[in-house]
Structures are given as structure tokens and as C-alpha cells.
Design a protein around this ligand. Structure first.
Ligand SMILES: [Zn+2]
Length: 120
């Protein structure tokens, strides 16, 4: 048997060196990122895999930056990268942006409501 336990070293979903307030997408709880737990589980392939897991009992959220995100949208990781929009900047997908702005169903409603609310 391979008795080597997986270690958190090099796991991309580990919590940051400096603890920050995080929010778990699965349970909705907020807590300090240092509470994120390293758990080792035996997977279906029989191998031992380690995961950074949400510390809330009964929650299966896992991974800082995967299920668990910093509360602060301006948060930067240890490398100084924004966690929230670094992907968007890299992809440069103009089509998605056009669709998002052009098909905003609330845009027209907002304008209409604005007119109705002015009684003069
Ligand atoms: Zn959770």
C-alpha cells in the first residue's frame, strides 16, 4: 500500500497566506479563510486525494477559488491577481459582453419605472 498522504503543498485551491473573509457557495456561510480545512479522502479509484474543504459541518464545498470565494470583490491573491475577473481579462470574449449588455431585460424596465415614479 502507498502510505504517502497527499499534502496541501502546491494545491492551487489552498487558502491564501494572509487570511481573508470568504464565502462558501455551497452552504452560504462566511468565515475566515484560515478555517478552510485540508481533508484527505479515498476516491473511487482507490487513491488518496487531498482537498481544501469548507469547515462548516455537513457542507461539501471545497477549494478556495472554486466553491469558496473571498467576500471582497477587490481581493487579490498572494500573487496580486484579482480572483474575480482575472479569467475575463484573459479571454477577451467580446461576444459575451455584447450579449450581456444587449439582452439585459431589466434595462428597459428600469427606465420605464423611472418615468412612472416622477409625478410631475
Ligand atoms: Zn460550505
Amino acid at each position: 500500500m502507498d502510505t504517502t498522504e497527499p499534502t496541501p503543498a502546491g494545491d492551487p485551491f489552498g487558502p491564501p497566506t494572509i487570511s481573508t473573509m470568504v464565502h462558501c457557495l455551497h452552504c452560504g456561510e462566511e468565515y475566515d479563510s484560515y478555517r478552510i480545512e485540508w481533508r484527505v479522502k479515498t476516491c473511487r479509484d482507490g487513491k488518496r486525494h487531498g482537498f481544501w474543504c469548507c469547515p462548516i459541518p455537513g457542507c461539501d464545498g471545497a477549494g478556495f477559488g472554486f466553491d469558496i470565494f473571498p467576500v471582497d470583490p477587490e481581493y487579490r491573491d498572494d500573487d496580486g491577481n484579482l480572483m474575480w475577473c482575472s479569467d475575463d481579462e484573459e479571454e477577451e470574449d467580446d461576444y459575451d459582453e455584447e450579449l450581456l449588455f444587449g439582452e439585459d431585460p431589466l434595462e428597459g424596465i428600469r427606465i420605464d419605472q423611472g418615468d412612472d415614479e416622477i409625478p410631475f
